[in-house]
Design a protein around this ligand. Structure first.
Ligand code: C2E
Ligand code: MG
Ligand code: MG
Ligand code: MG
Length: 290
């Protein structure tokens, strides 16, 4: 009987599957209208530099509020990529981010904004021009902008994508390799990629538990990136032990719940200061060397 039931699971169209399908279709239809309905917003998460002791960057993270529910980007970004909506949503995120962060960025030219972009956006012939024009219109320098991409965009990059990235980088925009270490490429491939910053995925950061264990992967990633002249950010820093360990490995900047959650635009300054306070508390606790 158990065997028959097991088989049936694959033969019958279960009501739950119907519900899931209806929900999915409803959600995809909703995503079509998300931008015009003003349902897309941006949350900003501070990124701190232990060396400088300040919040030096914010990462912009897309948010979608739909029917009173917040749909996570892990759900709606892949959906937008499949349905061709990612460019419209990506443009909205870029616009909202630049406008909301412009006052903070204009106060200090060494501050920067990181925005996630999908490979689809980078294929578009007008992408680079649009981004550069938008930044200029907001009084933000191109060098203050970081585009975060995942390794997958370099799998089979068309010449269009390479051209877009080149013109952006020539203008001063930096490119960050997001979720580094989770993809297929080896450490050795780093030197072939047109990137300026490496963001170590939080799965590696979460391996740091006691601060005493040896984690050759983590130190190799940081050393290799540095020897190639790249800047290193660690994501998903949740504990003081992790922050101390990464700081000792000379990681350039840190991001994670230990410093601040992603916050909406009107709480940006507060989030940035809170992250700096957390950083100062770490430095105060740390035994002095030398
Ligand atoms: P990501 O770019 O790697 O962003 C970091 C994710 O980790 C964010 O999740 C952030 O909220 C979360 N995070 C930050 N600190 C911590 C921490 O200490 N612990 C843990 N467990 N998580 C932390 P979020 O906002 O849900 O975004 C998920 C992913 O969705 C992003 O990963 C990015 O790949 C994608 N995404 C978000 N916004 C956009 C966008 O505007 N465009 C594109 N193409 N992708 C986006
Ligand atoms: Mg990112
Ligand atoms: Mg990331
Ligand atoms: Mg990630």
């Amino acid at each position: 009987a158990a065997k028959a039931a097991g088989k049936n699971r694959f033969l019958r169209f279960h009501p739950d599957m119907m519900t899931a399908l209806v929900q999915r279709t409803e959600m995809e239809a909703g995503l079509q209208l998300a931008v015009t309905r003003g349902e897309i917003s941006v949350a900003f998460q501070p990124i701190v530099s232990p060396r400088i002791g300040q919040t030096v960057q914010f990462e912009a993270l897309a948010r979608w509020d739909h029917n009173g529910e917040r749909i996570p980007p892990s759900v709606f970004i892949p959906m937008a990529e499949r349905s061709g909506l990612i460019s419209e949503i990506g443009n909205e995120v870029m616009g909202l981010s630049l406008v909301q962060l412009a006052p903070w960025l204009r106060e200090d030219p060494s501050r920067s904004l990181a925005v996630n972009v999908s490979g689809v956006q980078l294929q578009e012939p007008a992408f680079a021009d649009g981004v550069l024009r938008l930044a200029a219109a907001c009084g933000v320098g191109a060098y203050q902008l970081v585009l975060e991409v995942t390794e997958s965009v370099f799998f089979d990059p068309g010449c269009g994508l390479i051209r877009q990235l080149s013109s952006l980088r020539e203008a001063g925009v930096r490119v960050a390799l997001d979720d580094f270490g989770t993809g297929y490429s080896s450490l050795g491939r780093l030197q072939d990629l047109p990137v300026d910053i490496v963001k170590i995925d939080r799965t590696f950061v979460s391996m740091v538990r006691t601060g005493q264990e040896r984690l050759p992967i983590l130190s190799s990633m940081i050393n290799m990136a540095h020897s190639l002249g790249l800047t290193v950010t660690a994501e998903g820093v949740e504990t003081a032990v992790q922050a101390d360990y990464l700081t000792a490995l000379d990681c350039d900047s840190l991001q994670g719940y230990l410093f601040s959650l992603p916050e909406s635009g009107h709480r940006l300054e507060r989030a940035g200061r809170q992250a700096e306070d957390a950083l100062a508390a770490l430095a105060a606790r740390r035994p002095r060397t030398g």
